[in-house]
Each structure stands twice: as structure tokens, then as C-alpha cells.
Design a protein around this ligand. Structure first.
Ligand code: ATP
Ligand code: MG
Length: 384
């Protein structure tokens, strides 16, 4: 009996006229995720089948599919010729020999000599005969044996529906630029937006030599984890060392984080324009730290000329973010204790609710454009 994997996609069926486009991107993404593994992907009336793989690669295939956005659910199935004996053989293997069950048949091949209720009765009856600790329960069975009689003379038999990553295929919702620090929040924010179908590239600001190279490696690792979900990403890296030195030298120290954030946003918008990103994404959560007040956000938003700033974590508590971080496999890296540039020259008492007027007064002490140009000249880009 041949093992195959059935894929079902999430919201694509809602997409009316664009459906073909979404399906195409979905197909490309599934293929990309399975790169290097022998398989064939077939699309038959809105149903995706992965076939002709070696059985020992099935765990690897399933673990890769876990990360593909747009997959609603998937099942490992047996593919057998459409005759009752073969279908029963497969059903026998799928079925746990105890507890409650029902057989649920879908018959696309209307020429098959039994209809769906008859197949249910035949296969169900044979299973009951074989396993005497099994009982039928139509409404709330502990297992369902699904039988899908296809038009091409083959039948799929399977048990479980495994929940997929959900969301939309990456690449169907434009492109965004994620401001990624070494912390817990920003990778989670990037993951959430990618799950809605957006291609996500990353930008990171460092203050080498005040921060060390391990801090940078850590960010690279986090971006790599994200790229497992986005099927590739680019990490843009910019030095803000001189900007921080200038702020430290010339401005009221309480404004360090607020002013630095504004530089980060400006630089991010410039990079976004360069790479064709249509929005910025941050890991801010309302009220989490002193700089993440609505006043802080007003101050950082006001320097972004035309792009929207997405803050998907705004309404989340820290423990909810940590839970997500663990789920996507980023947490253990995020908690490694290397310093982020925001902790360099950190004031004892940062301004919590900076008024825009006071921020502008402090910023006027700096050569903003000169510092931006200089920082842009440090830009390097890594493909992950
Ligand atoms: P995170 O866990 O993502 O570091 P945080 O709770 O530490 O977030 P902040 O340090 O206030 O919060 O940063 C808020 C957001 O600003 C981050 O989520 C990230 O999007 C962006 N950010 C902060 N520092 C950097 C950096 N060095 N490079 C790029 N983006 C940054
Ligand atoms: Mg941080």
C-alpha cells in the first residue's frame, strides 16, 4: 500500500477571482519547503497530494509542512485501487482496534458500484467483525475512518486530520520589513505577519563595539528561524554606533531610547523603499516598557513618511508572546543574554511619555540627515 499525504488549504477558497493566483503561490511554497526531498506534488480538484516519496522521509516531510502557511490541515493516507478488498486492507491498518468509531466515505467516482452509505456499512461491518473491542458511534466517535473514492480508480483511506500552520501563503500579501532585535518579541511579530501571507525581510541595528559579535549572530539565528516559515529572508544590518555616541554627547540622556527609535524608523523606511517593502513591522506591545507607550509610538511614527507601521503584538501580554515564541522555536535563542543596542548608554530614567515638542528640541541638537547618510553607508545584507 502506498502512503501519500493529503494537503488541504485554508482561506484560499474565499478568494473568488484571485483563487488561481493564491493556489499557484501555495503550490510554489509547498514545493520550496520540500526542496531536496524526493516527492511529487499533484493537484486534483482543489486537493493536493504528495506522492512518490521514500517512506523514511515521511517524518521530515511532515515537519517541513508544519511551517507552511496556508495549509489548513493534512493527513497521511493510504492510496489503494478502488475495490472493497483493498479499501478494507487500508481501513484495517488505519483503524485502532478499540474504542468508538465510524466510517465516513466521500465518493467522487459516481460509477463505483456502491454508494457512500453502502461503503460505510460494508467497511464498518468488516471492521466490527475483525476487532471485537470496537463499537460504532456515529455522533461523537473517538476515531473516524475516512474513505475518499477518487475518479481515477484509486481510493484514499486515512484517519487523522493534522492541524496545519493556517494563515495565507507567504507572498500573497506583499512585502514588509521587520525591525528585528535580539529579543523575544520581534521574531514573534514577524511570524504573525508572515502567517497572513506577507513576505518578510528583516533589519537589525547594532552598536558594535559596544555590543559584541555574539549579539549579531543571535539575530542572524533568529532571522534564520523566521526564514523557515517565510521560505527565505534577507537580513539588513546597520550600525547605529555613531548615532548613539552623538545622542549621548549632545542630548538629554533621558531621550536616548526615544531618539534612537526615531533614527531606526527613518533608516528602516529608507531600506524598505530600497527593497520594495510596503510596511514596517515592530515587536512593540502597548505599555510593555517605558518606550512602548502611545506617546512613544507617536514619536517614532511621526518620522515615518509614508509607510504603515504594523505592530501585531500591541494587544498581547508578555506571557502570550513567550508562548508563541516557544511554539515557533525562537525562545531559547531570544533569551540568550547578549546586549542589544538599546541597552547601550541606557539612562536610569528614560522619558515615559515624551511630548513631541520635547523630542524635537532634543533632536535639533543633532545633524539628523548627516547621521542617517552615514548609517546607511554601513548597510550590509545577508541572504538567509
Ligand atoms: P524585542 O523583544 O523584540 O527586543 P522589546 O520588548 O525588547 O522587543 P524594545 O527593545 O523596546 O522592546 O523594542 C521594541 C521594538 O523595536 C522591537 O520589537 C523591534 O521591532 C524594534 N527594535 C528594538 N531594537 C532593535 C534593534 N536593535 N534592531 C532592530 N529593531 C529593533
Ligand atoms: Mg529588545
Amino acid at each position: 500500500m502506498e502512503k501519500v499525504i493529503i494537503l488541504r488549504y485554508s482561506e484560499i477558497h474565499l478568494k473568488g477571482k484571485n483563487r488561481c493566483y493564491f493556489e499557484r503561490v501555495f503550490t510554489v511554497n509547498v514545493e520550496k519547503s520540500l526542496k531536496g526531498i524526493k516527492h511529487e506534488l499533484r493537484v486534483i480538484s482543489g486537493r493536493y497530494l504528495i506522492e512518490n516519496f521514500d517512506e523514511d522521509s515521511i517524518d521530515e516531510i511532515l515537519s517541513r509542512l508544519e511551517k507552511v502557511f496556508g495549509i489548513h490541515s493534512y493527513s497521511v493516507a493510504f492510496k489503494v485501487p478502488s475495490d472493497l478488498d483493498n479499501i478494507f486492507e487500508a481501513a484495517k491498518t488505519v483503524c485502532q482496534p478499540y474504542g468508538t468509531f465510524k466510517v465516513d466515505t466521500h465518493r467522487a467516482d459516481k460509477s463505483f458500484y456502491l454508494n457512500s452509505p453502502q461503503i460505510n456499512t460494508e467497511i464498518g461491518g468488516k471492521l466490527l467483525e475483525l476487532y471485537n473491542e470496537l463499537t460504532v458511534e456515529v455522533h461523537n466517535p473517538s476515531q473516524v475512518i475516512n474513505i475518499d473514492v477518487r475518479e481515477n480508480g484509486s481510493t484514499l483511506v486515512f484517519g487523522k486530520f493534522i492541524k496545519g500552520a493556517g494563515g495565507m501563503p507567504v507572498g500573497t500579501s506583499g512585502k514588509g520589513l521587520l525591525l528585528i532585535s535580539g529579543g523575544i518579541d520581534s521574531p514573534v511579530a514577524g511570524h504573525m505577519i508572515a502567517r497572513r501571507g506577507m513576505t518578510v525581510d528583516c533589519i537589525h541595528f547594532h552598536s558594535y563595539p559596544y555590543t559584541n559579535m555574539q549579539a549579531r549572530d543571535k539575530v542572524e539565528e533568529l532571522a534564520k528561524i523566521l526564514s523557515g516559515y517565510t521560505l527565505g529572508t534577507h537580513l539588513n544590518i546597520i550600525s547605529v554606533t555613531h548615532i548613539q555616541e552623538e545622542i549621548h554627547k549632545k542630548c538629554n540622556g533621558e531621550f536616548m531610547v526615544t531618539l534612537l527609535r526615531r533614527f531606526m524608523m527613518r533608516l528602516s523606511e529608507r531600506v524598505a523603499k530600497k527593497i520594495g517593502a510596503q510596511c514596517l513591522i515592530t515587536g512593540e506591545s502597548l505599555g510593555q516598557v517605558a518606550s512602548q507607550t502611545v506617546e512613544g509610538m507617536t514619536s517614532s511614527n511621526s518620522v515615518v513618511e509614508c509607510l504603515p507601521v504594523l505592530r501585531p503584538l500591541c494587544g498581547f501580554d508578555k506571557d502570550e508572546i513567550i508562548e508563541r515564541s516557544k511554539k515557533i522555536g525562537a525562545y531559547e535563542i531570544s533569551i540568550q543574554p547578549y546586549e542589544d543596542c538599546c541597552t547601550v548608554f541606557l539612562p536610569k530614567h528614560p522619558v515615559i511619555k515624551p511630548t513631541l515638542k520635547s523630542v524635537l528640541e532634543e533632536e535639533a541638537k543633532l545633524d539628523v540627515e548627516g547621521l542617517l547618510k552615514e548609517a546607511m553607508s554601513t548597510l550590509e545584507t545577508i541572504t538567509l
